[in-house]
Design a protein. Structure first.
Length: 88
């Protein structure tokens, strides 16, 4: 039983040391990458793409590819169904 407890303590210690090593390595990697990329971002900035302005139209447009008459027909059918199947 004493040997088993010692193995669990050794396994926990090994796991803790491994997790500390991995997290410290990743943190150091992030710091180094940010340190290297900061001067490069000043030399090579991201290009700014201008969005094309689309004028607004007064004509009703299709919503998700469904024309307005079809939407009206579906709405009327749903309304009729709800009126016929009202709960008392």
């Amino acid at each position: 039983m004493d040997n088993l407890n010692q193995l669990f303590i050794e396994a926990g210690t090994l796991m803790l040391v491994g997790m500390i090593f991995v997290y410290s390595f990743l943190g150091l990697l992030v710091l180094i990458i940010n340190k290297v990329l900061t001067p490069l971002a000043k030399v090579y900035p991201d290009p700014v793409i201008q969005a094309k302005h689309k004028p607004a139209t007064a004509k009703p447009t299709q919503v998700d590819g469904i024309s307005p008459p079809i939407v009206a027909a579906i709405s009327a059918a749903v309304n009729t169904y709800r009126q016929q199947h009202k709960k008392p």
